[in-house]
Design a protein around this ligand. Sequence first.
Ligand code: NAI
Length: 708
Amino acid sequence: MSVDTATVIRPIERTVLRHWRLEFGQIDSAGRLVGAAPDEEVAFLTLDVAGESANVLSREVMEELDRLLGELATRHLRGVIARSDKPSGFIAGADVREFGKIDDAAQAAELARGGQQVLDRLAGLPFPSVALIHGFCLGGGLELALACTYRVALDDPGTRLGVPEVRLGIHPGFAGTVRLPALIGHLPALELMMTGRAVTARRARRLGLVDDVVPERHALYAAQSFLTRRPKPRRPAWYHRALGLRLLRPPVARLLARRLRAQAAPHHYPAPYRILDLWRNKASPATEAISLGELLVGRTSRNLVHLFLLAEELKRRGRTHRHDIESVHVVGAGVMGADIAIWAAAHGFRVTLQDQQPEILARAVGRAYKFFQRRFKDERLVREALDRLVPDLAGHGVRRADLIIEAIVEKAEPKRELLRRVEALARPHAVLASNTSSIPLETLAQSLRDPSRLVGLHFFNPVARMQLVEIVRGKQTAEAVLDRARAWTAAIDRLPLDVKSSPGFLVNRVLTPYLLESVKLLEEGVLAPVIDRAAVDFGMPMGPIELADTVGLDICLSVAETLAGPLGVPVPAELREYVAQGRLGKKTGRGFYRYDAKGRPKLGWRARRAPAPAHVPITERLVLRLLNEAMACLREGVVAGVDDIDAGMVYGTGFAPYLGGPMRYAQSLGTTGIGHSLYRLSQEYGERFAPDPGWSQPELLLRHATPA
Ligand code: NAI
């Protein structure tokens, strides 16, 4: 009896390393890995980084990959499929924690070169390769996918592809700046790299970033079919390729740099400008690596990485407990209450929203509809989110909610009265929370039978943009309530920061002297746009005068009044007058500025161009008052340490991220120098600049947060 060689099936072969697994076989039509005939054999390269919830490309992971690629190159195969075993996704990027260990630009460039060589090996295999992508496929992860012949992504709202390096002050370093434009065209690639924005699977398909989008059950089979069919790899449309002509690159780069300058100053955020430079000069992977090395050890990247790791730490603290919250009731559908309710509903919670008048609720629902449309883009998801958000004039939701958040007017008495009524109706396990900006929790808890249930959940305006939520701990707040508040905050993708219940908590307290100083400057005759411009040039997202108008002058007044006593600062008369006249800021169309229908300040030509007075140190006065108050908070233990102040001010107010936060900035300036500058200003402008005693206690700056 003879054996038909065509039917010889080799058993599945497997090599398992610490992070990668390499298997040889094929996928049958039921999606199972089975043995294959020699000429049908496919390699499956699966990443499951040990000890991590997400795959990151650490040095060790790259070394293992290199080894396996060496093994693969010697085989005769139909192709290779790279995939991930993690539920969280494909690969989230480089291991950011390793960045801090690199202190030399040349060393960083060398590491990038090493990574490029590994991916070149993948790209140079004698058979085609497919990256099978689900969940996060970011940074180095996407660059790995770009080195494959084909990319197949899972059709799931959680699939996200992008190169977010620019947000860490760097750019792609595994030849992404070369491979991405070649695959999807020049402008779309520059757009992705310079904004760091991630795209969904469907958008990636339209961009040509992935070759196919498939449902999960067919994913492996679909990926394998690319290796059998071997379609011609995609090329961008001619008009996307045309911009790559050598002659066109310089004018296009100039145009884009001009647009970029309106968003980020080159000396604060050099990375997007470097991306443009690399592209304009048709840079090679070697040049890309050198540029990356320089950025990685620069101030901006160091600080942005610091902030990224702080955010990760806050999320981790949130994730250590369960929240056991399914339905949420929000009282007050104004600026904040409506946004909190909308945000919570967008994150899958059932929310009832209460206010005194139906028109206010109708307005909130209108806002929700617009928000959901922008966010989900899919009518079914929009409808589902709207169904989760129920207007509730009578407040029936209180009885069913696991979390009740009050966001009514910033006055103690109405808040106390409301909380008293809420407590009487709420379920026994429900958490009671206040979004107060400044009223100490103990004052609000006075009306409660059980004050241990009350916690501050202090959101920032606008909720969708400001990632921070202060978790305010009153003297009597129970530990379990704090745990649940933190966990719920993390569940709605915001960053929970523990603060002590003291006047203004952390963020508003630090911000108030800065805002009051801007009003002082106004009183001295400096024009509002001049003050705002100085702050924006320093790196703030918006000037203090416009910020006060955005927050609402009534809220500012109430915060200033709460803080006036403890901080020993007078409340500016102008603020009181404006509030008395109903000039409350953006929400009423007029505050310090007048606003147009789109909510932009109306500025005359003269105001726009007015020069800054040479003899007034505007930036120094604004920033030093902020730093001085931050130091006072550190000294008094409002938060656990310097990192919490940095995270709070950056994620709660947008404080110049390239500086890494106020305390990191203070450390870079030197505390002695700050003390001296404050003293000098106090001689000229008065006691409000008196240096905080903390500046002469350098050990305070060594105080880092203790995990919650
Ligand atoms: P807002 O004036 O826009 O909204 C308050 C809403 O509460 C109004 O719609 C009002 O009709 C409603 N309301 C008042 N009493 C009520 C009651 N007894 N029952 C039901 N609804 C009632 O005020 P905003 O700006 O939304 O502030 C609300 C809270 O959020 C305040 O405690 C404020 O300090 C805090 N906050 C405000 C921020 C801001 O930027 N505006 C930022 C962070 C916190």
